[in-house]
Design a protein around this ligand. Structure first.
Ligand SMILES: [Zn+2]
Length: 386
């Protein structure tokens, strides 16, 4: 594992990394920036392996020397790994066996959601105590002859704690390397960004995603596969998730019904209703991004049917959803339904952009509730038009 030749596409990044190693002028801090589904983790690890390889080939590590073997098992004494953890008593060092396991299971293609699910947890972050360990580890000299390396996976989980490691990033000890990986730069401090050599990892082309799904994951060409490729937008993890969702059939209809049940009379501030909508928002937050987007698409479809009912009294909805649709058709004006539809678009966009999904769905519930109250809705409209 962790060789350039195994990574799909990303030829430009590969060759720039290889050139940098061979030039002998290695920058001491690197940030690999891009979705894990683009191959970000794999590229970073192949880079580390190439640096340490004792029998470097022209454009890849040998895969067989002692260092290559140790790095494949994430078991090199001079390479430290920091990953988001779940509680203060189990930091990266004790999570390492799980980390090795998920790498093996997912062949290096996994993201934070996979990591959290793998550990059957809910939230993960890189804690302040972890930064103290980084400072300690990176302050020591290397055991073997060569570099001492600190890998920080999902560096955006550091948030403000990253202040602690700024100094060591700026004035590192000789022969030390920092390899940071992040999916988005939004939550990284500018001071961190400015100290790193940034390798931007771009989405893969559709034909690359197709090659991966068919040649490596052994999916058969089909209409669903084509949709998955289109949906994934260059992200191998999302493409696989889409296909898995198709098989698991997340109950979109039931999920929408539960969400709507919470919203009916939401504006009356009945605690029970508010609670129902928030509970369903939590269920949705736990789904894959593709399922979340499908849910919002389905919601839009439902609203179009509500408008149909208002205008023609007809709709294509089945009985359960029809009842809810009639309720909204009777209580809402067209402008309110349109505002609702725009709201869904807004959250569709937010989820796409890696917003906090749970907060997004809860806000969607609350704002949808507000739109239903005519007086509150009109206040909102007049605020915007001022
Ligand atoms: Zn080697």
């Amino acid at each position: 594992m962790f060789q350039f030749k195994e990574i799909i596409g990303q030829e430009d990044v590969k060759s720039s990394l290889i050139t940098q190693v061979n030039s002998g002028k290695l920058h001491h801090a690197h940030l690999f920036l891009g979705k894990m589904g683009y191959g970000t983790f794999q590229l970073a690890m192949a880079f580390v392996k190439y640096i340490y390889c004792q029998d470097k080939q022209v454009n890849d590590s040998c895969g067989q020397c002692a260092n290559c073997i140790k790095i494949s098992k994430l078991n090199h004494i001079d390479i430290h790994c920091t990953v988001p953890s779940f509680d203060i008593n189990n930091l990266s060092k004790s999570l390492l066996p799980n980390y090795r396991e998920i790498i093996e299971e997912k062949q290096g293609l996994f993201d934070l959601k996979d990591w959290i699910d793998f550990n059957k947890e809910k939230n993960a972050k890189i804690r302040s105590a972890e930064c103290d360990i980084i400072l300690h580890d990176m302050g020591l000299s290397s055991y073997e002859d060569g570099y001492k390396t600190q890998i920080i996976w999902m560096a955006e989980s550091l948030e403000k704690e990253s202040n602690k490691i700024l100094k060591i990033l700026e004035e590192p000890n000789p022969q030390t390397l920092f390899i940071l990986m992040a999916e988005s730069s939004d939550r990284l401090l500018p001071t961190i960004l400015s100290r790193c050599n940034i390798h931007k990892i771009l989405p893969l082309k559709d034909n690359m995603v197709e090659r991966y799904l068919i040649d490596i994951r052994h999916h058969k060409p089909s209409e669903t596969l084509t949709r998955a490729i289109h949906f994934a937008e260059g992200d191998l993890i999302e493409a696989e998730r889409y296909l898995a969702d198709e098989e698991s059939e997340f109950p979109l209809e039931l999920s929408l019904i539960n969400f709507l049940r919470g919203l009916i009379n939401f504006h009356e501030r009945k605690f029970d209703n508010v609670n129902k909508a928030i509970k369903q928002a939590e269920v949705l937050a736990g789904q894959s991004k593709s399922t979340q987007k499908k849910f919002l698409d389905y919601f839009q479809y439902f609203l179009r049917q509500v408008i149909m009912i208002k205008i023609t009294q007809n709709s294509q909805l089945n009985e359960t959803l029809l009842k809810a649709a009639h309720h909204f058709a009777n209580t809402l004006e067209i402008d309110q339904i349109e505002a609702w539809s725009q709201l869904i678009d807004k959250y569709h966009y937010a989820i796409e952009g890696n917003a906090n999904v749970k907060i997004s769905f809860v806000s969607l519930a609350i704002e949808s509730g507000k739109i239903q109250n005519r007086v509150e809705f009109e206040n909102l409209v007049s605020q915007f038009s001022q």
